[in-house]
Design a protein around this ligand. Structure first.
Ligand code: AMP
Length: 299
Protein backbone atom coordinates (compact mmCIF):
# COMPACT_ATOMS: atom_id res chain seq x y z
CA UNK A 1 0.00 0.00 0.00
CA UNK A 2 1.21 3.47 -0.72
CA UNK A 3 2.53 6.03 1.73
CA UNK A 4 1.84 9.72 1.18
CA UNK A 5 4.72 11.81 2.55
CA UNK A 6 4.45 15.57 3.07
CA UNK A 7 7.23 17.70 4.53
CA UNK A 8 10.18 19.85 3.58
CA UNK A 9 12.13 19.28 0.36
CA UNK A 10 15.35 21.19 0.76
CA UNK A 11 18.93 21.88 -0.16
CA UNK A 12 21.09 21.19 2.90
CA UNK A 13 24.60 22.54 3.49
CA UNK A 14 26.23 20.45 6.19
CA UNK A 15 29.42 20.88 8.20
CA UNK A 16 30.88 18.14 10.35
CA UNK A 17 34.14 18.38 12.33
CA UNK A 18 36.02 16.87 9.38
CA UNK A 19 34.23 17.91 6.20
CA UNK A 20 31.51 20.04 4.69
CA UNK A 21 29.13 19.53 1.77
CA UNK A 22 27.03 22.26 0.14
CA UNK A 23 23.51 22.00 -1.27
CA UNK A 24 22.85 18.29 -0.79
CA UNK A 25 19.38 16.85 -1.33
CA UNK A 26 17.66 17.24 2.03
CA UNK A 27 14.43 18.06 3.79
CA UNK A 28 12.31 15.89 6.06
CA UNK A 29 10.13 14.63 3.19
CA UNK A 30 13.12 13.71 1.00
CA UNK A 31 14.67 11.58 3.73
CA UNK A 32 11.36 9.99 4.73
CA UNK A 33 10.21 9.31 1.16
CA UNK A 34 13.47 7.66 0.13
CA UNK A 35 13.49 5.56 3.30
CA UNK A 36 9.88 4.43 2.72
CA UNK A 37 10.56 3.66 -0.96
CA UNK A 38 12.50 0.47 -0.07
CA UNK A 39 9.22 -1.14 1.00
CA UNK A 40 6.59 -0.03 -1.55
CA UNK A 41 5.01 2.88 -3.41
CA UNK A 42 5.53 6.43 -2.10
CA UNK A 43 3.90 9.73 -3.04
CA UNK A 44 5.85 12.88 -2.24
CA UNK A 45 4.18 16.24 -1.53
CA UNK A 46 6.41 19.31 -1.25
CA UNK A 47 7.74 22.38 -3.00
CA UNK A 48 11.07 23.28 -4.59
CA UNK A 49 12.36 26.29 -6.54
CA UNK A 50 13.71 26.62 -10.05
CA UNK A 51 17.24 26.12 -8.65
CA UNK A 52 16.47 22.54 -7.50
CA UNK A 53 18.93 20.29 -9.39
CA UNK A 54 17.33 17.92 -11.90
CA UNK A 55 19.51 15.09 -10.64
CA UNK A 56 17.65 15.23 -7.32
CA UNK A 57 14.30 14.79 -9.07
CA UNK A 58 15.88 11.93 -11.01
CA UNK A 59 16.94 10.39 -7.71
CA UNK A 60 13.31 10.45 -6.44
CA UNK A 61 12.27 8.89 -9.75
CA UNK A 62 14.95 6.19 -9.56
CA UNK A 63 13.50 5.24 -6.20
CA UNK A 64 10.08 5.05 -7.96
CA UNK A 65 8.69 7.92 -5.86
CA UNK A 66 5.62 9.56 -7.37
CA UNK A 67 6.53 13.27 -7.64
CA UNK A 68 3.19 14.51 -9.00
CA UNK A 69 2.68 16.35 -5.69
CA UNK A 70 6.07 18.09 -5.85
CA UNK A 71 5.41 21.70 -6.86
CA UNK A 72 8.20 23.47 -8.78
CA UNK A 73 7.90 27.25 -8.29
CA UNK A 74 9.93 30.15 -9.57
CA UNK A 75 12.19 31.22 -6.74
CA UNK A 76 14.67 29.49 -4.48
CA UNK A 77 14.43 26.09 -2.83
CA UNK A 78 14.33 26.00 0.98
CA UNK A 79 17.98 26.07 2.05
CA UNK A 80 19.03 24.84 5.48
CA UNK A 81 22.54 24.68 6.89
CA UNK A 82 23.76 22.99 10.06
CA UNK A 83 27.06 22.36 11.83
CA UNK A 84 27.89 19.41 14.09
CA UNK A 85 30.09 19.46 17.18
CA UNK A 86 32.84 16.88 17.67
CA UNK A 87 30.48 14.36 19.34
CA UNK A 88 28.08 14.50 16.31
CA UNK A 89 25.10 14.62 18.70
CA UNK A 90 24.95 18.37 19.09
CA UNK A 91 24.08 20.41 16.06
CA UNK A 92 23.45 24.07 15.54
CA UNK A 93 21.51 25.60 12.71
CA UNK A 94 23.62 28.09 10.76
CA UNK A 95 21.03 29.23 8.26
CA UNK A 96 17.40 28.76 7.27
CA UNK A 97 16.34 30.41 4.00
CA UNK A 98 12.70 29.60 3.41
CA UNK A 99 12.52 30.57 -0.28
CA UNK A 100 9.47 29.06 -1.99
CA UNK A 101 8.66 27.19 1.23
CA UNK A 102 7.40 30.46 2.73
CA UNK A 103 4.18 30.44 0.68
CA UNK A 104 3.80 26.67 0.39
CA UNK A 105 0.29 25.26 0.40
CA UNK A 106 0.20 21.50 -0.16
CA UNK A 107 -2.40 20.49 -2.78
CA UNK A 108 -3.23 16.83 -3.14
CA UNK A 109 -3.99 15.28 -6.52
CA UNK A 110 -7.30 13.38 -6.57
CA UNK A 111 -5.49 10.02 -6.61
CA UNK A 112 -3.38 10.98 -3.58
CA UNK A 113 -6.36 11.81 -1.35
CA UNK A 114 -7.10 8.11 -0.83
CA UNK A 115 -3.57 7.10 0.24
CA UNK A 116 -4.04 4.68 3.15
CA UNK A 117 -0.83 5.62 5.01
CA UNK A 118 0.04 9.26 5.62
CA UNK A 119 3.34 10.51 6.98
CA UNK A 120 3.24 14.14 8.06
CA UNK A 121 7.00 14.67 8.16
CA UNK A 122 8.46 17.74 9.84
CA UNK A 123 6.81 20.90 8.52
CA UNK A 124 4.56 23.56 10.11
CA UNK A 125 1.67 21.79 11.90
CA UNK A 126 -0.89 24.02 10.10
CA UNK A 127 0.36 22.59 6.78
CA UNK A 128 0.29 19.05 8.17
CA UNK A 129 -3.36 19.70 9.14
CA UNK A 130 -4.09 21.12 5.68
CA UNK A 131 -2.97 17.82 4.16
CA UNK A 132 -5.19 15.85 6.53
CA UNK A 133 -8.16 18.09 5.62
CA UNK A 134 -7.82 16.87 2.03
CA UNK A 135 -7.52 13.14 2.81
CA UNK A 136 -10.45 10.79 2.66
CA UNK A 137 -10.38 8.31 5.56
CA UNK A 138 -6.69 7.37 5.76
CA UNK A 139 -5.96 4.10 7.54
CA UNK A 140 -2.96 5.28 9.57
CA UNK A 141 -1.55 8.79 10.05
CA UNK A 142 1.76 9.57 11.74
CA UNK A 143 3.11 13.06 12.47
CA UNK A 144 6.70 14.10 13.15
CA UNK A 145 7.71 17.53 14.46
CA UNK A 146 10.62 19.67 15.70
CA UNK A 147 11.33 22.03 18.60
CA UNK A 148 10.65 25.09 16.41
CA UNK A 149 6.92 24.23 16.23
CA UNK A 150 6.71 23.69 20.00
CA UNK A 151 8.06 27.23 20.35
CA UNK A 152 6.11 29.08 17.67
CA UNK A 153 3.05 26.96 16.73
CA UNK A 154 2.12 25.01 19.86
CA UNK A 155 -1.66 25.43 19.52
CA UNK A 156 -1.58 24.22 15.89
CA UNK A 157 0.46 21.21 16.97
CA UNK A 158 -1.91 20.37 19.84
CA UNK A 159 -4.90 20.57 17.45
CA UNK A 160 -3.12 18.27 14.98
CA UNK A 161 -2.28 15.67 17.64
CA UNK A 162 -6.01 15.03 18.23
CA UNK A 163 -6.23 13.87 14.59
CA UNK A 164 -3.27 11.48 14.23
CA UNK A 165 -2.74 7.81 15.12
CA UNK A 166 0.97 8.13 15.80
CA UNK A 167 3.30 10.89 16.97
CA UNK A 168 7.08 10.81 16.66
CA UNK A 169 9.31 13.23 18.54
CA UNK A 170 12.73 13.28 20.11
CA UNK A 171 13.49 13.02 23.79
CA UNK A 172 14.11 16.72 24.45
CA UNK A 173 10.92 17.65 22.58
CA UNK A 174 8.96 15.17 24.73
CA UNK A 175 10.33 16.81 27.89
CA UNK A 176 9.59 20.30 26.56
CA UNK A 177 6.04 19.47 25.46
CA UNK A 178 4.96 17.63 28.60
CA UNK A 179 7.18 19.30 31.21
CA UNK A 180 7.85 15.77 32.55
CA UNK A 181 11.43 14.64 33.08
CA UNK A 182 10.39 11.03 33.70
CA UNK A 183 9.86 9.31 30.35
CA UNK A 184 6.89 7.20 31.50
CA UNK A 185 5.11 10.27 32.81
CA UNK A 186 5.90 12.07 29.55
CA UNK A 187 4.44 9.18 27.52
CA UNK A 188 1.23 9.20 29.54
CA UNK A 189 0.88 12.95 28.98
CA UNK A 190 1.57 12.55 25.24
CA UNK A 191 -1.14 9.85 24.85
CA UNK A 192 -3.60 12.20 26.56
CA UNK A 193 -3.00 14.69 23.72
CA UNK A 194 -4.51 12.18 21.27
CA UNK A 195 -2.15 9.68 19.61
CA UNK A 196 -2.57 5.95 20.27
CA UNK A 197 1.07 5.31 19.35
CA UNK A 198 3.89 7.55 20.64
CA UNK A 199 7.49 7.06 19.52
CA UNK A 200 10.35 8.84 21.24
CA UNK A 201 13.59 9.02 19.25
CA UNK A 202 16.79 8.90 21.27
CA UNK A 203 19.42 9.30 18.56
CA UNK A 204 22.20 6.71 18.81
CA UNK A 205 20.40 5.26 21.85
CA UNK A 206 17.53 4.00 19.69
CA UNK A 207 13.83 4.69 20.07
CA UNK A 208 10.99 3.92 22.46
CA UNK A 209 7.48 2.96 21.35
CA UNK A 210 4.46 3.31 23.59
CA UNK A 211 1.47 1.40 22.16
CA UNK A 212 -1.82 0.05 23.56
CA UNK A 213 -0.12 -3.29 24.32
CA UNK A 214 2.80 -1.68 26.14
CA UNK A 215 6.32 -0.42 25.59
CA UNK A 216 8.94 -1.55 23.09
CA UNK A 217 12.61 -0.53 23.06
CA UNK A 218 14.26 -0.45 19.68
CA UNK A 219 18.05 -0.31 19.60
CA UNK A 220 19.99 1.77 17.12
CA UNK A 221 22.20 -0.33 14.83
CA UNK A 222 25.75 0.08 16.19
CA UNK A 223 27.98 1.97 13.73
CA UNK A 224 31.75 2.26 13.77
CA UNK A 225 31.65 5.67 12.14
CA UNK A 226 28.96 8.32 11.84
CA UNK A 227 29.62 10.58 8.85
CA UNK A 228 26.49 12.78 9.02
CA UNK A 229 23.41 12.12 11.16
CA UNK A 230 21.25 14.70 9.36
CA UNK A 231 17.89 13.19 8.45
CA UNK A 232 18.32 10.06 10.59
CA UNK A 233 15.05 10.79 12.41
CA UNK A 234 13.21 11.36 9.13
CA UNK A 235 14.72 8.17 7.68
CA UNK A 236 13.63 6.26 10.81
CA UNK A 237 9.99 7.31 10.50
CA UNK A 238 10.03 6.87 6.70
CA UNK A 239 11.34 3.31 7.03
CA UNK A 240 8.82 2.58 9.78
CA UNK A 241 5.88 3.79 7.68
CA UNK A 242 7.10 2.06 4.52
CA UNK A 243 7.32 -1.23 6.39
CA UNK A 244 3.93 -0.78 8.08
CA UNK A 245 2.21 0.02 4.79
CA UNK A 246 3.54 -3.06 3.04
CA UNK A 247 3.78 -5.85 5.63
CA UNK A 248 0.75 -8.06 6.25
CA UNK A 249 -1.39 -7.96 9.38
CA UNK A 250 -2.79 -5.39 11.78
CA UNK A 251 -0.69 -2.35 12.80
CA UNK A 252 -0.37 -3.48 16.43
CA UNK A 253 1.12 -6.81 15.34
CA UNK A 254 3.81 -5.33 13.10
CA UNK A 255 4.76 -1.96 14.58
CA UNK A 256 7.61 -3.36 16.72
CA UNK A 257 9.27 -4.88 13.68
CA UNK A 258 8.60 -1.62 11.82
CA UNK A 259 10.63 0.21 14.52
CA UNK A 260 13.57 -2.10 13.78
CA UNK A 261 13.32 -1.46 10.04
CA UNK A 262 13.19 2.29 10.74
CA UNK A 263 16.32 2.03 12.91
CA UNK A 264 18.18 0.14 10.23
CA UNK A 265 17.34 2.60 7.43
CA UNK A 266 18.42 5.44 9.77
CA UNK A 267 21.74 3.67 10.35
CA UNK A 268 22.53 3.74 6.62
CA UNK A 269 21.58 7.43 6.52
CA UNK A 270 24.26 8.23 9.14
CA UNK A 271 27.00 6.54 7.11
CA UNK A 272 27.14 9.20 4.40
CA UNK A 273 26.45 12.88 3.83
CA UNK A 274 22.80 13.62 3.20
CA UNK A 275 21.20 10.80 1.23
CA UNK A 276 24.38 9.64 -0.52
CA UNK A 277 24.67 6.33 1.34
CA UNK A 278 20.93 5.58 1.58
CA UNK A 279 20.47 6.11 -2.13
CA UNK A 280 23.02 3.36 -2.89
CA UNK A 281 21.69 0.54 -0.72
CA UNK A 282 19.30 -2.28 -1.64
CA UNK A 283 16.47 -3.93 0.28
CA UNK A 284 18.78 -6.92 0.88
CA UNK A 285 21.24 -4.65 2.78
CA UNK A 286 18.38 -3.61 5.06
CA UNK A 287 17.35 -7.23 5.68
CA UNK A 288 20.93 -8.15 6.59
CA UNK A 289 21.11 -5.47 9.31
CA UNK A 290 17.63 -6.35 10.59
CA UNK A 291 18.81 -9.94 11.06
CA UNK A 292 21.96 -8.73 12.83
CA UNK A 293 19.90 -6.55 15.18
CA UNK A 294 17.67 -9.52 15.88
CA UNK A 295 20.71 -11.60 16.90
CA UNK A 296 22.11 -8.71 18.96
CA UNK A 297 18.96 -8.29 21.03
CA UNK A 298 17.64 -11.84 21.47
CA UNK A 299 18.01 -13.26 24.98
P1 AMP B 1 16.81 15.86 11.27
O1 AMP B 1 18.28 15.63 11.14
O2 AMP B 1 16.02 14.58 11.38
O3 AMP B 1 16.48 16.86 12.32
O4 AMP B 1 16.31 16.50 9.90
C1 AMP B 1 17.08 17.40 9.19
C2 AMP B 1 16.28 17.91 8.00
O5 AMP B 1 15.28 18.84 8.46
C3 AMP B 1 17.15 18.68 7.02
O6 AMP B 1 17.15 17.99 5.78
C4 AMP B 1 16.50 20.05 6.89
O7 AMP B 1 16.38 20.48 5.56
C5 AMP B 1 15.14 19.88 7.52
N1 AMP B 1 14.70 21.07 8.25
C6 AMP B 1 15.46 21.92 8.98
N2 AMP B 1 14.71 22.94 9.48
C7 AMP B 1 13.43 22.72 9.05
C8 AMP B 1 12.18 23.41 9.20
N3 AMP B 1 12.08 24.54 9.90
N4 AMP B 1 11.08 22.86 8.65
C9 AMP B 1 11.16 21.72 7.94
N5 AMP B 1 12.30 21.04 7.72
C10 AMP B 1 13.43 21.52 8.27
Amino acid sequence: MSVLVVGSTALDSIKTPTASRPRLLGGSASYAAIAASFFGPVRLVGVVGADFPRRYIQLYRRRKIDVEGLQIKSGKTFHWSGEYEANMDNRRTLLTELGVFENFTPHLAAAHKTSPFVLLANIAPSLQAHVLDQMSKPKFVVADTMDLWLNIALNDLLALLKRVDGFVLNESEAHQLTECTNMLHALRALHKLGPKYVIIKKGHNGALLSAPDGLFLSPAYPLRRVVDPTGAGDSFVGGLMGYLANARGPIEAKIRRAMIYGSVVASFCCEGFGLTRTSKIKRADIEKRVNELERLTRF
